[in-house]
Design a protein. Sequence first.
Length: 95
Amino acid sequence: MSKPYIRELNPNYNIIVDYLMTANPNAWLADGFDEALLGTMGGPDGEVAVYSEAAILKILIDEGLTEEDAIEHMEYNIKGSGFANNGPVFVFEPI
């Protein structure tokens, strides 16, 4: 059995979320993936959240999904959620 993924919550998490909600009250956050929040960046309608795709996949796998199912869940249920211009950006960064 693999070791559970434990990533510290970004020490600036509350600052990032407060800034994001002030800069763009319509910005979306990905529920359940606080540990994967990296920061913010400018989007078409203002600031948006930036998440680590690798961290989200690891969290999903640690919750019991296979790697294939985690990728499918990420593509269709998270990235494909229809967030439009205020939705988060997902970047791949090694963990």
